[in-house]
Design a protein around this ligand. Structure first.
Ligand SMILES: Cc1cc2nc3c(=O)[nH]c(=O)nc-3n(C[C@H](O)[C@H](O)[C@H](O)COP(=O)(O)O)c2cc1C
Length: 56
């Protein structure tokens, strides 16, 4: 069954743009292999992420 998770979390003050680049690299490396798609929106102090994939 296709499932979605949507959540908001706090972006810590020491989470730099370089850290976000690393999250994107991990996501590109891992999510496709797991057949997961998603969106990560971020601001100075928040993340909003949508993840979608088959529930196993
Ligand atoms: C807000 C947020 C969203 C993240 N989303 C993903 C994601 O969709 N996929 C992913 O593999 N890692 C994501 N990460 C990174 C993981 O926490 C972790 O660092 C990463 O999966 C480690 O990957 P590796 O074991 O391949 O080095 C996210 C981290 C944060 C803080």
């Amino acid at each position: 069954m296709l499932s979605q998770i949507i959540y908001v979390s706090v972006r810590n003050a020491n989470c730099s743009d370089e850290e976000i680049q690393k999250i994107l690299e991990s996501s590109n490396r891992n999510n496709g292999k797991l057949d997961i798609t998603g969106v990560l929106l971020y601001s100075r102090n928040k993340f909003l992420q949508v993840l979608e994939g088959e529930k196993t």
